[in-house]
Structures are given as structure tokens and as C-alpha cells.
Design a protein around this ligand. Sequence first.
Ligand code: RIB
Length: 305
Amino acid sequence: MPAKVVVVGSLNMDLVTRAQRLPHAGETLHGESFATVSGGKGANQAVASARLGARVSMIGCVGDDAYGEQLRAALLAEQIDCQALTSVEGSSGVALIVVDDNSQNAIVIVAGANGQLTPDMVAGFDAVLAAADVIICQLEVPMHTVGYVLKRGRELGKTVILNPAPATSPLPADWYSSIDYLIPNESEASALSGLPVDSLESAELAASRLIAAGAGKVIITLGPQGSLFANGQGCEHFPAPKVKSVDTTAAGDTFVGGFAAALAAGKSEVEAIRFGQVAAALSVTRAGAQPSIPSLSDVQAFKAS
Ligand code: RIB
């Protein structure tokens, strides 16, 4: 039976438009297309883990609106266990996304139901957490809920991954000792460490600072430059596979979900990083969040090519 990944986090309906470029403040642009796509960092990571070989449970909240039904259906279609996905009164989370011709994006999220996920609610699904091999959290649900999950994951002896996204300020200092793998991107690593992160060298400094703060291991994702792994003994750079990028939305989520699935399946850290990188590279060749996430056979075919 495949290993178990439990994701505690957000589900958003992504309202996506493509435009030649991202708008400046006060500017109106004509968009070229519009689509509603299932997303949210938590749900994307759950879908990535499931498509890439793990058994997955999702703990989170959707609203009692049409988006909530669609977001739940999208997870069920991937055989993700949704017994701990609660429907609450009000709107589901949404994300307003613009993707430009260079495949870069700008995103504004409105938490909606994601903001109603409380520690008590998660505690009510303790058996789901206890059945995990790997637990993943992000920062699109309330901070006190994330803090609860990290500590509970540590108490239960699980492998705990935090993708600190989105992050604009340092994490609470007492979180670090509960985190086995901290996986920020460059801007999040900068917000967490207080250091600029715009090169491999500066990423190494930031990773060292986050390890010194107490994180077990740190993986800074660097977009087309790959990722930097640090474990307290040293750092290693993993270059990314070269692909033609169409849309980078959910690339980080695909890396995190793929890394977790590979780790849960007993792969080494190095194998899990390489696996996550191939999955993320394939995701940027396709549009949208969940629709862009590759399957295990896509990754295997790419590795063989
Ligand atoms: O990481 C991509 C995700 O960020 C999107 O799916 C959007 O919902 C936001 O949460």
C-alpha cells in the first residue's frame, strides 16, 4: 500500500487571466483569456502527492458555495481522502491570478473558508494526523492552526514539512524545532531570514540562518535555477531540468507534493529532491494550478527521455 501524506492547508478557486504583462498600480489591461481552476497551495500539494504516488488525506475547510463543492470534487477525483475536509458557512477561498507572456504570475488570495480552520477542528481529526507518514503545512490557513499542527506532528513522531508560503515576516521562533523540512522559495527565505536572497551564495547564507534558528533541513526553491539543500553539515545545489515555461503557477506546490510523496515512499532526500524537481519542471510546461501537475508516469517518462 502506498505511504500516507496528510496535507493541512488551503483550497482556493483560482480566477485566472492571461495578459501580455502584469498591470502596474492604477492601470487597466485587456486580458487574453479567463478560466476558473481548482487551486490553493494546500490542495495543490495534496493533488501533487496523490498523482505522484502517495495515499493522501486533506484537512481543511471549504465554503458552502458552488466553489466549495467543486474544490472537494477535484480532490475526490484524485482519490484523496476528504473525511477531514469541513464545509463551513460562507465563501470558499479564492485566488485572483494574472499570468503574463513570460509565464510569471501575480496572485491575490482571499482566505474565505480557509480562515475558519481552527486548531480544535484539526484536533478533531487527530486520527487522520496519526495515520500520516509525512505531514505538510503551508501558511494560507490561520497561523495558530499551523503552529498547532507542527507541534502535534512532532509529538506524533511524523516527518513534518512546512512550505512557508506566502510569507512576509519571520516565523514564530518556537516553530522551528518541530520542522523537519522547511521549503521556502527565494522571497520567502528572505522574509524568514531577514537576508536578501538573489543568488546561490545568498541562498546558502539564508539557509544557514534558518538551520541555526532550529529547522531540521532547509530546501530553498530557486525557480529555473533549481534548489538549494542545507542540512547543517553543508549545502548542495540541485540544478533544475531545462523546460519551456508556460505558467509557473503551482510549480512550488508540485515540488513540495512530489518531494513528500517520494520521501514517504522511502526514497532518499537526494532522490526526493530530484523527483520533485522533475515534477515541478513538467508543471511549468502546462497552464493552471492543479491541471498542470504531472502524474507519476509523466515523471518516469521524462526521466527516461
Ligand atoms: O501556489 C499556487 C497557488 O497559490 C494557487 O493555486 C493559488 O490558489 C494560491 O494559493
